[in-house]
Design a binder for this molecule. Sequence first.
Ligand code: AVJ
Ligand code: FE
Length: 433
Amino acid sequence: LETTEADRLRDLVAAELGRARDRTTLLTEAVDEGDLVRQHSPLMSPLVWDLAHVGNQEELWLVRDVGGREPVRRDIDELYDAFKHPRRDRPQLPLLTPGEARRYVATVRDKALDVLTRSRLEGTPLVDQGFAFGMIVQHEQQHDETMLATHQLRGGPAVLDAPPPPPAAGPVRGEVLVPGGPFTMGTSTEAWALDNERPAHQVFVPAFHIDRAAVTNAEYAAFIADGGYDDPRWWSTAGWDHRQSAGLRAPLHWVRDGDGWSATQFGRIRPVVPDEPVVHVCFYEAEAYAAWAGKRLPTEAEWEKAARFDPATGRSRRFPWGDDTPTPEHANLGQRHLRPAAAGAYPMGVSPLGVHQLIGDVWEWVATDFTGYPGFAAFPYREYSEVFFGSEYKVLRGGSFGTDRSACRGTFRNWDYPIRRQIFSGFRCARDA
Ligand code: AVJ
Ligand code: FE
């Protein structure tokens, strides 16, 4: 790289690391020590585990691997290895205290920034174009979103605040026809794309219809009112089993309020807003709603084609609106608001085919299992993606109001068990043409 180009990239990496750390600090300073070490749900780690785990991954990859430096705390690697201890067991571990964890992540960050200053950001696949640094930025931001979900599960008075999302500029209803034909899915050129997004490959997608907006609270409430939760016709076999054993009756956090619904949001209770996307539903609920509506969930390839395909050029864009990095006018990302925005709130984010808010607001369940693309190669470690491939996990696309822009793009893939709904998950429907 030219010196100036490498300098520019180093500045960008430092800024992105700084943004991630500011958010981690916000999420971990908002509550007292008790709330940091307590487990708010067996589905989640104590917040202080996420904090030190973020530092430990940064130590492993940037300080030791890229930097070739001496370990800071080799003795805690095992404690913060996500594969050694399931989330429900983490509060019982001899974890660093909040004060120790804060000092640890600060020490690691100082060293990582020193490594960055000395790195040429080229020469090996791990450091080319700052990949390892970008991976660590995304890792911290992903754990920040997980910590935000922990905040949503936490009891007690509200500690997070944010302005409401923008209102709809105009109504967005109905569906669009996506023409049949080949499109390029995934990427081989996006510098910080993770292994599961690679490589770019051609996929033939037959024509289909997709909803211009995600399913709203009003639409979902109509499914409930119509007895959708009591009618096995709408549910898959696995979905109905789960509906029965878990006693599902409405999205997570919804409570009856007269004839309508309210929902708890980060320690406050408020009426559900009819035009906002439904959030905190599991894959099985999404599937059942779609069947009730006479539709289905889009496949992952359909979702990505709706989000990236430009019929004028035949090219796949980085984002629905083009190749530019998301700004606050494009999408509801980055925890700037604490809930999804109404359908029609981001006219600048619309795709060439007229589909709204594919990026931001809510993660969208798609019909597809999480597997590797043709030509997939695990990089830099099998445990990032490959060990999750198979039929156990479903894919979610597009990011939520709690997803940072660094961990969100047209090719970005998230995954979870089909029963999970503590995440900021919603969906949109599709149907065959
Ligand atoms: C991609 C969100 C499913 O949180 O398990 C964090 C991201 N990987 N640490 C997760 C991740 C390693 C991952 N998800
Ligand atoms: Fe992690």
